[in-house]
Ligand binder design. Structure first.
Ligand SMILES: [Zn+2]
Length: 138
């Protein structure tokens, strides 16, 4: 992406629950949370386990490898920042450690995307502090 123009898309809201996640992404490291009580892995970051409601949480560094769980190709979006990238792929990627995250696939033609396709994380630095975890074919 062009580094000279300002980023036009909405930026994530960094809060107490997600700060460590975003700080790690800025270092190009992808983490997810795992419940210390029941072992359920989760992404995005949140204070409480969606499975057992425990707040005992550990952070686990992801390998960055996963597969396309599902996806859609966006053909129309006139919102500033998005229209310049049409068509783009909105995907849910399942990390090899289990959690799934909503992301964009990059580095491949939308017609070439398939469910089950192996992908790897591709960090996109969008501001000095924020990097986004996108995925490309592995
Ligand atoms: Zn749990």
């Amino acid at each position: 992406m062009a580094e000279t123009r300002p980023y036009k898309k909405p930026l994530p809201r960094v809060d107490e629950e997600s700060r460590g996640y975003w700080e790690a992404l800025a270092r190009h490291e992808l983490y997810f949370q795992r419940c210390r009580d029941c072992g359920t892995a989760r992404s995005y970051p949140r204070a409480v386990c969606p499975s057992c409601l425990s707040s005992a949480t550990e952070w686990v560094r992801a390998s960055g490898r996963g597969t396309v769980y599902t996806f859609t190709v966006t053909q129309q979006n006139q919102t500033a920042g998005f229209r310049d990238e049409l068509p783009y792929v909105l995907a849910m990627v399942e990390l090899e450690e289990g959690p799934r995250l909503v992301t964009n696939l990059v580095g491949c033609a939308p017609d070439d995307v398939r469910t089950g396709m192996p992908v790897e994380v591709a960090f996109e630095d969008v501001t000095g502090e924020i990097a986004l975890p996108k995925f490309r074919p592995a």
